[in-house]
Ligand binder design. Structure first.
Ligand SMILES: [Ca+2]
Length: 509
């Protein structure tokens, strides 16, 4: 179900409790209130808190208020760092999806006492609440005290159906001794009417005993949806380096890439299961290159790439051909056999891939978190020229690979034979009337940018019979981006004194 539909369902269920205030207020931090929590204390549900760049030494509690807490300039420059022990941000008072934390680095959290007497929720602690957590960097939260530690990045308990979307969740740890579960996310849901949604997150380098990336346990009612996540380089000392499914946990795991995660000898580094009560439904996923094994039994797997193979419809075992796995670039290369190999009718099909590219592109959805998009063509023809002698319009085309320092070939055809041509180049496409029904197709002007000289003779004789091809050097100092080109042919036979060509936009890689 889409986020919008989920939101709609929640609002419907909670309708009697949701009475929007007469007018929503916007509070700026630190302009209107000195701290984020001071702003939270002052606002009402429906308000918005906008936070300027900076490091905020605070522990935040949403206090049951369904407000949007958003950074103005993103997580790279806006950090909430726990000032005291406990979670950095907590939702424990029945907040719903309209309570949003968006665009922060959330770090240095250490957890609070959970319903089972352990320490939970280093970065974010969610209990009986269903907020939206999106576009954050939840990093370097470490739970070190207590006997049992759960969910160093995010811990989710009770009747909670949050949406956890487009976050980076990395370098969080609950430690690796027994009973410490969920380095990135711990999830235990009860009586769930709506499935919690873990969507399009990048989850890496988290550590735990069970469930390095994500740990699921005892989900009663709707099962969590874990969709479109890039899950790599997480590690455990027991089961499920990437994802662990303990007792009665059968999440729907779709369109995820799970690779380079590790577990000790005999255990699954990809997806670990406990027993027949944990039957995750795995569709359109890559589970490849994990140690020691990929997926334990009980999982129901289809349309997935599992190293060493796994029984089920549409499963394959092929090298995914990541762009650069050694440097954690797990995009699909153009040669990957997983492009268009997934099931577009899966239980959940994300509208975007993990990085926001539109999917489905091509005949079918790609397997894994990344939808491969072919690079744009390097030369795009656009616009139209104006005729020379005999009413014939010359044309411009190019070929080669446009890189700084390389050479491309320029072709001018159908000009007046024996004439003289020159090239105009600019940064943008244009269509500026020049009189005589001629258009200037490039802007701004920069004559002679491509070609050995601005003026060059055209071969052939007679109307429309002139053509020339020549190499054009692209200076090594050229920045990636587009350059627009147009050829002009001096032609005394027409009243303009020239004809010109269509434009060609060259995309420098
Ligand atoms: Ca992509």
């Amino acid at each position: 179900m889409s986020t919008l539909l989920r939101l709609g369902s929640v609002l419907l269920i909670l309708a009697p409790a949701v009475v929007p205030p007469a007018s929503a207020a916007t509070i700026n931090v630190p302009l209107d209130q000195p701290s984020i929590q001071a702003a939270m204390n002052a606002v009402n549900s429906g308000d918005e808190i906008l936070v300027s760049p900076g490091t905020y030494l605070e522990n935040i509690d949403f206090l049951g208020k369904n407000v949007v807490l958003r950074s103005l300039s993103g997580p790279a420059v806006t950090e909430i760092r726990a000032a005291t022990s406990g979670p950095v941000v907590r939702f424990v008072s029945g907040e719903h999806l309209a309570a949003v934390v968006d665009g922060f680095t959330i770090t240095n959290g250490s957890g609070t006492t959970d319903p089972w007497g352990g320490l939970s929720g280093g970065g974010i602690y969610i209990y009986q609440s269903s907020p939206t957590v999106q576009n954050n960097r939840i990093v370097a939260n470490n739970i070190t005290g207590g006997t049992y530690r759960r969910g160093a990045g995010i811990s989710i308990w009770g009747k909670s159906s949050p949406t956890i979307q487009a976050n980076e969740i990395a370098y969080n740890s609950v430690g690796t001794d027994g009973g410490n579960d969920g380095g990135g996310i711990f999830l235990r849901g009860l009586d769930l009417e709506i499935a919690p949604l873990i969507l399009s997150n990048t989850i890496h380098h988290n550590t735990a005993f069970w469930g390095g990336g994500i740990y699921c346990n005892r989900s009663i009612g709707k099962q969590p949806t874990i969709a479109g996540n890039m899950i790599y380089a997480n590690s455990v000392t027991n089961k499920g380096g990437g994802i662990a499914c303990n007792v009665s946990a059968s999440p729907v795991i779709v369109s995820c890439t799970i690779s380079k995660n590790s577990a000790p000898s005999g255990f699954a580094g990809g997806i670990g299961t406990y027993n027949s009560t944990s039957k995750p439904v795995v569709v359109n996923c890559i589970v490849y290159g994990n140690a020691a094994t990929q997926i334990e039994s009980y999982a129901q797997v289809s349309y997935s790439d599992v190293q060493g193979g796994y029984s089920g419809t549409g499963n394959v075992s092929v090298d995914p051909q990541f762009v650069d796995a050694g440097n954690d670039d797990l995009h699909l290369a153009q040669s990957s056999l997983l492009i268009d190999a997934g099931n577009s009718g899966a239980p959940y099909v994300p509208a975007l891939d993990f990085e926001g590219d539109p999917r489905i592109h091509g005949a079918s959805i790609d397997i894994g978190a990344d939808e491969f998009l072919p690079p744009p063509p390097p030369f795009i023809s656009y616009g139209q020229g104006c005729p020379g002698t005999g009413g014939i319009i010359p044309t411009l085309s190019m070929d080669g690979i446009p890189l700084p320092g390389s050479t491309v070939t320029v072709h001018v055809k159908d000009g007046v034979g024996g004439g003289t041509a020159f090239i105009f180049a600019g940064l943008y496409q244009a269509a500026v009337p020049m009189g005589y029904d001629c258009l200037l197709n490039v802007w701004p002007l920069s004559p002679g940018f491509v070609g050995p000289v601005p003026l060059f003779p055209i071969g052939g004789t007679g109307p429309g019979n002139g053509s020339i091809s020549f190499p054009g050097a692209i200076p090594v100092t050229t920045s990636p981006g587009s350059i627009a080109l147009q050829a002009f042919v001096l032609d005394a036979g027409v009243s303009a004194g020239f004809s010109n060509t269509n434009g060609v936009e060259m995309l420098i890689q």
